[in-house]
Design a protein around this ligand. Structure first.
Ligand SMILES: [Zn+2]
Length: 417
């Protein structure tokens, strides 16, 4: 499919979608919380020392010592927050693979079988109990589709991405404050996210308040002995590229990476609003499969590492692209079983009976994954012929007719290249 052919569609629909853009919510950090319980934040037990370990193999393009040092510096950025009681400890035990609910926070690179949208560059899977207590958080970096580096122009900066993901490991969701480490955008080559802003520090301090205001001093940690509770759940966070593909460090100028976040509803500097306006179109354009479907069942199960996954069975009401049958089953990381929840923060959750407009891409494992995590899942309000993404906050709903028209337009572009 040629970009030139698609350009007129993109321009016309861009105007329409742009008109739906909401303006901003408050500039502030956001805490991740228990699904359906906004007053119950996700957090590690008070006083816990959080153990972490980096995969021995290092990152594609980065040696293990360099990767380890970059990750250590990322943890140190959070450890140094004076008003937050955070203590981390590097441990030597490395379990392979890293995606195991074992209380050890493993950072590792998936180099061959990335199970999400190929343009998602990292996910943090957090496992937690019903009361929000986090018991395990493992960070997976996309080593199958991206080259990693430390401080190289135009490349994905491991230390910046790790610092962001560690914020998710702590229980922070994306921030609405532009420029924050926990903000939803990352431009390749940028190293600013290595340094926390006041907004990031405020978020960490809200979750882990320090009783005596010197928690950032070396050796003055507020934490005591590890005291994690039993059980685990998963929360995964993700960096998503919304826009043209940036691969192997060949980043086009001006392109932006988008962490899974409510970009459409976020306050936006000029560059971000351009990305945000294009996001819905890019989601539709990038999808291998676009369907209108109802969630028939959600069956959670434990994977080999003790994390909860779910088989999501969809009754396909309308296939707009991809020619799938009347039933489609998604096998996704995330779900709740026996009191344990695993969650990829930034990934959509599915509930029986939901009426959805879904944009899916084929992942390396042959399964279908939502485009850009939450960005490919729209909830349909059938009575209003509208669709919305809860993650977009207060952004106005989208016209279902226009979404379907967009899906058809790109389909036609594919048929007549
Ligand atoms: Zn993120």
């Amino acid at each position: 499919m040629s970009f030139a052919r698609r350009a007129p569609h993109r321009a016309a629909l861009g105007v329409l979608l742009g008109a739906w853009m909401g303006s901003s919510t408050a500039d502030a950090y956001n805490l991740a919380h228990v699904q359906g319980a906004p007053d119950v934040p996700l957090a590690w037990e008070e006083g816990a020392v959080l153990p972490w370990v980096v995969e021995h193999h290092g990152a594609p393009g980065v040696s293990f010592p360099v990767a380890r040092a970059a990750v250590a510096a990322s943890f140190e950025a959070w450890d140094a927050v004076e008003t937050a009681a955070l203590l981390f400890e590097e441990v030597s035990e490395y379990t392979e693979p890293g995606e195991v609910v074992d209380g050890i926070n493993t950072l590792w690179w998936e180099v061959s079988d990335w199970a999400e949208d190929p343009e998602v560059i990292a996910v943090t899977a957090v496992s937690h109990y019903e009361d929000g207590t986090i018991v395990d958080a493992d960070i997976a970096f996309n080593g199958a589709h991206f080259q990693w580096a430390v401080g190289e122009p135009g490349a994905i900066d491991l230390q910046s991405v790790a610092t962001h993901e560690i914020g998710h490991l702590l229980g922070l969701d994306h921030s609405d404050a532009p420029g924050a480490t926990m903000a939803a955008e990352y431009v390749p080559g940028e190293t600013a996210p290595r340094s926390l802003t006041d907004d990031d520090r405020a978020g960490a301090s809200a979750l882990y308040p320090c009783p005596d205001a010197d928690c950032g001093l070396p050796g003055a940690g507020c934490a005591t002995a590890p005291g994690r509770g039993p059980g685990a759940w998963g929360l995964a966070l993700a960096l998503v590229l919304a826009g043209r593909r940036l691969r192997r460090g060949n980043a086009p100028r001006g392109a932006a990476w988008v962490l899974a976040a409510g970009l459409l509803g976020a306050p936006a500097p000029a560059a971000a609003s351009v990305v945000g306006r294009a996001t819905v179109l890019d989601v539709v354009a990038r999808a291998d499969v676009v369907v209108r479907a109802r969630v028939a069942s959600v069956e959670p199960y434990f994977d080999e590492g003790g994390r909860v996954r779910s088989l999501v069975t969809l009754d396909v009401q309308r296939s707009l692209r991809g020619g799938v049958g009347a039933r489609l089953v998604l096998d996704r990381l995330g779900g709740t079983l026996d009191g344990l929840t695993t969650r990829v923060i930034g990934a959509p959750t599915f509930e029986v009976g939901q009426d959805l407009f879904l944009c899916l891409v084929a992942a390396d494992d042959g399964e279908f994954a939502p485009v850009g995590l939450w960005q490919g899942r729209f909830v349909v309000d059938a009575a209003r012929r509208a669709a919305f993404r809860p993650e977009d906050g207060n952004a106005p709903h989208l016209s279902l007719d226009t979404l379907e028209a967009a899906a058809r337009a790109y389909s036609q572009a594919r048929i007549h290249p």
